[in-house]
Design a binder for this molecule. Structure first.
Ligand code: ADP
Ligand code: MG
Length: 389
């Protein structure tokens, strides 16, 4: 085969496939019995492989099974069905009764509550995993390892402090250093940034990305925050009711969401109701309160079907005069919010609110009639979701 004909994506895929996955999860299911006797399927038939050095984010709203999946990987929870393999070694198999304890899985964990030992100094906290595993490290080797990682994480000056004497952001750095000090190839994170304020959160996120690039560990990172996910992930796994709704690179998921659930969760979206009039290979024609709408092709839809029409604020263009293009809708311009880098605009149509995003210098008369347009390639028609019981 002429390798020149290989596309870049193919080359990457071949490359990854050739490698043994670091973590392989197969047909994993975890059920809980609630106090009232009801069975909950928290993790529902998950299959997922993670390459060495890959940063995976598990994204979804509260209760979708993120923590349970992470705890199964870490050995803190025993799954009901399926297998978990790390570096080719079976860590868990429901069928064979294999369940390797956490400390022998070769992984580190960072939690939302930093879980630092309050009666130990920062140095002692970070040194702890090296001591407790009786790996025969000498005192000076341990000191060297702790000094190295605290330098990398930027907390060299905190060695003698106790956790309650340092800030939340610093505590999270200590927790990070403790997770990274023994050089495990896989680190699990459960919403590690949700207890720090927005500014610290942004800083820590950038530092974490830089650390991962430098140290090369693979990560499974749980969050409900789409900014965390978009910025950190090589691949995002969107979870919905314990199942995988979509897996892909952040940009891929953002541009090609497979459902209204994914589109609504990754990036902000406008939404309205519509009915399918016609489906062709190049477009979907919909009826709505706006009149006729042309949306991206979606072979899954059929004429007469009720759909959710979705489009992103940054794809909305605002005009003073009626444009001749398709997907031109009359709206009332209600509010302009300047944020420095751009302007958020609120519009209404028959009491429904829509959002647009424009340049920072956008100006218009409030409560004026305007026309908005959205190109067909930016309009999605998704099957209406069943309302949860
Ligand atoms: N120990 C438990 N006992 C009973 N139900 C649980 C237990 N842990 C989690 N669940 C249920 O499993 C589902 C998934 O929970 P969880 O994994 O914590 O979600 P997330 O981390 O995405 O918020 C929820 O419905 C939750 O109530
Ligand atoms: Mg959770």
């Amino acid at each position: 085969m002429n390798t020149n004909t290989l596309k870049k994506e193919d080359a990457v895929a071949t490359d990854l496939a050739a490698q043994q996955p670091l973590l392989a999860i197969r047909d994993l299911r975890k059920q809980f019995t609630r106090a009232n006797g009801h069975l909950v399927t928290a993790v529902d038939d998950i299959t997922l492989s993670i390459a060495p050095g890959e940063f995976i984010v598990l994204l979804g709203p509260s209760g979708c099974g993120k923590t349970t999946l992470l705890r199964c990987i870490g050995g803190l929870e025993t799954a009901s069905e399926g297998t978990i393999t790390i570096n080719g070694r079976a860590m868990f198999s429901a069928e064979l009764g294999t369940d390797v304890p956490t400390r022998r899985r070769g992984i580190s964990m960072v939690f939302q509550s930093y879980a630092l030992w309050p009666n130990m100094t920062v140095f002692e906290n970070i040194a702890f995993p090296l001591k407790s595993r009786r790996r025969g490290m000498s005192k000076s080797e341990i000191r060297e390892a702790v000094e190295e990682i605290t330098r990398v994480v930027g907390i060299s000056d905190l060695h003698t402090q106790y956790p309650h004497h340092i800030s939340g952001g610093q505590q999270q750095r200590v927790a990070l250093a403790r997770a990274l000090v023994d050089g495990n190839a896989l680190v699990l994170f459960d919403e590690p940034l949700s207890n720090v304020d927005a500014k610290v959160r942004r800083d820590l996120r950038i530092e974490l990305a830089a650390l991962q690039a430098k140290l090369g560990f693979a990560a499974v990172y749980v969050t409900h925050d789409q900014e965390d996910a978009m910025e950190l992930a090589d691949r995002i796994v969107v979870l919905e009711g314990g199942r995988i709704a979509q897996v892909g690179a952040p940009q891929e998921i953002y541009e090609n969401p497979v459902s209204s659930y994914v589109a609504g969760f990754v990036g902000s979206s406008n939404s309205m109701s519509g009915t399918v009039r016609e489906v062709t290979s190049t477009e979907v024609v919909l009826d709505s309160t706006m009149g006729l709408i042309k949306a991206r092709p979606n072979p899954g839809l059929v004429a007469g079907q009720e759909v959710e029409v979705m489009f992103r604020p940054q794809h909305v263009r605002i005009h003073q005069e009626r444009p001749s293009s398709t997907n031109a809708w009359p709206m009332l311009l209600r509010k302009i919010m300047h944020s420095g880098t751009h302007a958020e605009i609120l519009l209404t149509h028959e009491h429904e609110i829509y959002q647009a995003r424009a340049d920072a210098d956008f100006e218009a008369v409030l409560d004026s009639d305007v026309w908005v347009t959205v190109e067909q390639r930016h309009v999605f028609g998704f099957p209406k979701r069943a309302v949860p019981a």
